[in-house]
Design a protein around this ligand. Sequence first.
Ligand code: URA
Length: 189
Amino acid sequence: MERIQKLYAELENCNIDCPLNSTSPIVKGYCPGKVNIAFVGEAPGAKEAKLGTPFIGTAGSNFSEFLNYLNLNRDEVFITNTVKCRPTVNYLGEKNRAPKTSEISACFYYLEKELDIINPEVIVTLGNIPLRQLSGDKKASISNYHGKMFSYKKSKVFPTYHPGALTYNPGLKDIIKGDLDLLKKLIIQ
Ligand code: URA
């Protein structure tokens, strides 16, 4: 995975015109090697920014449950975020916020290249942010799109809820299980 290492060397010195790269550490994707499935989240939270790995905080423990349910472990999947820096209220603040459209567009340079290099059979988008970016439908809502596949370049995209959503809306559990059952069938074909 020399190409991804090269891309991440570039990312570490990111000089894209975006206020986030000077106010937050950069969180690269987790790439165990050539894999067939990629998960794309929104943006790192505090723990991810501190330790430099995606999905290791509270949303990360729900994410691990998704993987367990799919009988997968982290070394079998590529994990990244739409935005590689942690967006906070007032930039250097402590409170997370959703990434802005301008930040998502600026960082797409990296996401597009990551996905081109990995070229996974299936990309699982987690929540609205990666769904909107990869579908091109800027008003897409996960409540309408979840479980409905579409294509992105040569990959199939499978949208589901963000694992963090389970924390504030435990009622989503059965809906997410239904999505993961569909996804299981897709990835073991
Ligand atoms: N939420 C995300 O979307 N990504 C992370 O890495 C952590 C929380």
